[in-house]
Design a binder for this molecule. Structure first.
Ligand code: HEC
Ligand code: HEC
Ligand code: HEC
Ligand code: HEC
Length: 503
């Protein structure tokens, strides 16, 4: 029971906390190696007639281009290898399983690969297919990553009731019916508004329209996507859906208390998979009771207690009546961290795909580095600055931040990983920069050097075109993004790196 309560607390925290994007998960959760095995409430509720109406729904969303475990030490979870492993564990539970991604998956904000987004998008589409994503609801950043025509060509199971062409015809199917283990689930896609598509339909109208088209004989109807909070709230008020699942928003607490049906938020950046185990009722659009249902929770708690006082025994029976009265439509949502214990033991197809992608990235970086630099700025590298700016170099070298950024990659054996190198070095994959990740090259280019902040300064101070770039917050946030630097505060961080003036 202690285990269950801990898990319940965790789930509630992460479903309920108003600002619970994955970057803001309370720090103590980072120390949880893995959640203990759950006592499974659905299992406990199962009677003989319910056995064939169980379903596991698996959600991801706002992956933002993350394909492997985050390098950051706070939440080093994630990755498609581990995702595949967890999915096979879930499949072994024997329930039919459906996997849905809520969108904003394809674009990564990595400084060194700004212009190079199609290969990553193609890889992620392939990985989705490999791990068995049944429905993908595209988000605005997915169009930014590849453009509208290319998005259609990636082989993703695109679904959106809101995005239409100039004539108002939908670009993709409004919903998909996924049939698994004799159960039929209709997933309506609700993409967020973007200028990148010709027509954006109103989500409430779009959902209503889609629901009219959903055929007979469906066991569950859900709406999934990447709407803003207010719109998510509006669609949750539309009769006909049992559940609304969205990428992270800002005001989930308010949503949860006001909405007619559960509005759930998936965990971003692929660090967790959101797993929802359901016992289905007979009404496809009947609201689901989730773990936030108080009487259900209290009942579970008392049930796990063993000996009860007569008063508590009565209370338990009362709750039992209430729980039973509300029927079968209930479920249990868990955010499962993709931690190291899920690392596959042998090589896997996803691993091969990642290895190929990284090899291609390094090749592409090598081509970009050789782009002719006749007029544009080029790098001088840090060693050249010391003769004239020894004061600043000395200060930089002893600070516990940028001068050892490459060392921490060596310590972890990740110095050759193009997914990490871009932010822990200077000029990776940039014209006039570097692309080889051998030890000797990294000795020259490794670490966050002077030119990572001041801009390429080859030829300075003689060349009048080589002038230091002004330093702003944007200088930092290419590397200090929300995933890798969750505590980033510009003023505070700037104080810790500002170079001293000459004495
Ligand atoms: C988008 C840029 C970015 C990428 C990509 C990135 N890092 Fe980092 N990393 C950072 C930043 C910024 C920090 C410092 C965060 C802070 O303290 O606020 C950091 C910190 C770290 C630290 C902690 C260093 C210390 O002093 O303890 C480690 C370890 C690390 N990264 C490893 C990795 C690995 C491994 C990868 C690849 C899987 C990776 N990083 C990819 C930007 C990045
Ligand atoms: C041959 C000596 C020399 C070398 C080498 C040199 N600098 Fe300078 N740097 C100067 C001088 C002189 C100035 C001041 C005049 C000017 O602004 O051009 C200056 C100005 C600067 C400034 C602007 C300071 C201010 O007052 O705003 C920055 C930043 C800077 N250098 C960075 C670098 C970096 C980074 C490197 C290495 C890539 C480097 N410098 C290499 C001589 C040098
Ligand atoms: C993390 C970013 C960062 C790095 C890395 C960095 N600097 Fe600076 N530097 C700053 C900031 C911020 C200032 C303050 C002036 C400004 O905002 O432009 C500054 C100022 C300077 C100045 C002008 C100092 C003065 O007030 O006269 C020089 C010269 C300079 N840096 C040289 C260097 C050299 C050389 C290196 C490499 C050893 C280096 N910087 C690395 C951020 C950085
Ligand atoms: C090229 C990528 C890159 C850029 C640009 C960059 N940083 Fe960093 N920064 C890192 C990495 C990587 C680390 C972690 C290094 C380590 O600890 O080994 C780091 C660490 C730091 C730390 C130490 C954080 C801690 O937890 O102690 C501070 C402070 C910091 N950076 C400030 C800044 C500021 C301010 C700017 C912009 C003016 C900036 N950085 C620009 C990559 C970058």
């Amino acid at each position: 029971m202690i285990q269950l309560r801990r898990a319940a607390l965790w789930t509630l925290l992460c479903i309920g906390a108003s600002s619970c994007t994955d970057e803001q998960v309370p720090p103590e959760t980072a120390e949880l190696p893995a959640l203990p095995p759950l006592a499974d409430p659905v299992q406990q509720l199962r009677g003989p007639e319910r056995a064939n109406r169980e379903l596991t729904l698996v959600f991801s969303g706002e992956l933002r281009g993350e394909i492997e475990a985050c390098g950051c030490p706070t939440l080093p979870y994630g990755g498609f290898d581990r995702r595949a492993e967890l999915l096979s564990q879930l499949a072994a539970e024997g329930r039919p399983m459906i996997q849905v991604d809520a969108g904003d998956a394809l674009l990564k904000g990595l400084v060194s690969q700004r212009s190079d987004t199609l290969p990553r998008a193609t890889l992620i589409a392939g990985l989705f297919s490999e791990v068995g994503v049944d429905v993908f609801v595209p988000g605005p950043s997915d169009v930014v990553a590849v453009g509208l025509p290319e998005l259609g060509g990636l082989g993703l199971p695109l679904t959106s009731a809101t995005w239409a062409d100039a004539e108002g015809s939908l670009l993709y199917p409004a919903f998909r019916v996924v049939e698994r283990g004799g159960l039929k689930v209709a997933v309506v896609g609700l993409s967020s508004m973007t200028e990148a598509v010709p027509t954006n339909k109103d989500p409430v109208e779009a959902l209503r329209g889609a629901l009219e088209q959903v055929p007979e004989g469906i066991d569950l109807i859900i709406a999934v996507g990447n709407l803003r909070d207010q719109q998510a709230q509006a669609v949750a008020a539309v009769p006909g859906v049992a559940l609304v699942v969205m990428t992270p928003g800002e005001k989930r607490e308010a949503l949860r208390t006001r909405a007619r049906v559960p509005v759930m938020e998936v965990s971003a950046r692929g660090r967790y998979l959101s797993v929802l185990r359901l016992a289905l009722g007979t009404e496809p659009a009947r609201p689901l009771l989730l773990e936030e249902d108080r009487s259900f929770q209290d009942w579970m708690r008392l049930k796990g207690r063993g000996e009860l006082t007569p008063a508590l025994q009565l209370e338990k029976e009362r709750l039992e009546g209430e729980v039973d009265l509300r029927g079968l439509n209930r479920g249990w949502m868990e955010d499962r961290p993709l931690g190291a214990e899920l690392d596959p033991k042998s090589s896997s197809p996803t691993e091969d795909m990642l290895a190929q992608f990284k090899a291609d990235t390094l090749e592409q970086a090598a081509r970009t580095v050789k782009t002719p630099q006749s007029s544009g700025p080029h790098y001088g590298t840090g060693a050249k600055c010391v003769s004239c700016h020894s004061h600043q170099v000395a200060a930089w070298a002893v600070r516990p931040n940028h001068a050892r950024a490459m060392e921490v990659l060596f310590e972890r054996g990740e110095q050759g990983n193009p997914e990490c190198v871009g932010c822990h070095s200077t000029g990776f994959g940039e014209p006039g920069g570097f692309a080889a990740v051998d030890k000797k090259t990294l000795q020259t280019w490794g670490n966050v050097q002077c030119e990572a902040c001041h801009g390429p300064l080859g030829g300075h101070p003689r060349d009048p075109k080589a002038v230091p770039e002004p330093i702003t917050q944007a200088t930092c946030t290419g590397c200090h993004d929300a995933a890798n630097s969750p505590d980033f505060d510009y003023e505070q961080y700037r104080m810790a790196v500002i170079c001293p003036s000459d004495p």
